[in-house]
Design a protein around this ligand. Sequence first.
Ligand code: SAH
Length: 382
Amino acid sequence: MALVQKLQSFPSVSAHYPTRHKPSSVASPICSLHYKNSPFTEKHSIERYQRDQWVYKNDRHRPVEILENLKYQSFPSSSGCGCPGEDSVRQNDIALQLPELKKLLQVLKQKREECCGKDGNGESCGPGNVFLVGTGPGDPELLTLKAVRVIAKADLLLYDRLVSNDVLDLVGPDARLLYVGKTAGYHSRTQEEIHELLLSFAEAGATVVRLKGGDPLVFGRGGEEMDYLQQKGIEVKVIPGITAASGIAAELGIPLTHRGVANSVRFLTGHSRKGGTDPLFVAENAADPDTTLVVYMGLSTLPSLALMLMNHGLPVSTPAAAVERGTTPQQRVVFAELKDLAEKIVSAELISPTLIVIGKVVALSPFWPESRKEASCLVEAT
Ligand code: SAH
């Protein structure tokens, strides 16, 4: 029996958190597993393509002549080769967006030549700026003022799957938005291609904004992008974002550290580069009852991680929470003791993005079920 809570259902929630984000829609059923309006679903990715006017369509429905043209288009030094005969969805995705990108690049270069002259002298003739911007876990009110300002003046924005639609709504009408997330089924861009795009536009003098969910430097591969661009002589400015751990802990009223309860907090990834369980080796030294563990990308490896933590001495009754789409109106939360967490996540059918918090501090949440047994909105998930 899983206890699945939708926090905004608690009538007293605003009394606990007077400044907390008020979700725009509260009405959807607590345990509904069909999220028509999720900011994170794949369906939305298509909508994003359409919104960007780089309409994504299934190959079968695309006229033959367009497919033929697409095969021969190429992008400067892009690792997508555009070779004839390659007809993977990814190739076509990229090809489909190339004309728009090329046009935009051309316009930017022309503008620059007009302003700077061919010799490229003048103050504004160096490369453009690249901003690596953290957008927080989803609630747009968690953006920094700096992020809002930079987003508003961007020429081109590249964003990934964890950037919520509410955040994208802040983008100016003249800016170009490009989805570069890794959404299963759409085979979006590789990291190398993202690097190339950032570089090409920065070299053309554009203000390029790379939006990343949470904080760009926390499990965001922001460091790799920064590294690549800096090596090419492009300055990258990082605008931090509220990482999922902080945003979600605040939403749930969990202090990540608390005197006498947790004297440190540790952010872990449950995801392996090679798809295995190698990150779990940390369990050996992470089984500390005085440390709060926050697991990113941990849904699939949680069963093994929980077992290892318990085998290494973390009490089986350690309070834990799993939070799907935290800080968005679709947020769902499962509270459980560590020994039951994996099973309860499965029965509640939580999906990515889900953050897992393990530690005694979880029980300090006013929503921890042991302290709220009387709460009327706890429901049983089937
Ligand atoms: N840079 C991001 C983390 C990217 S890794 C940050 O600082 O938050 C992606 C993982 O972050 C997801 O698999 C999930 O574990 C977590 N995550 C990010 N946003 C989340 C959200 N709104 N709700 C739940 N988990 C989230």
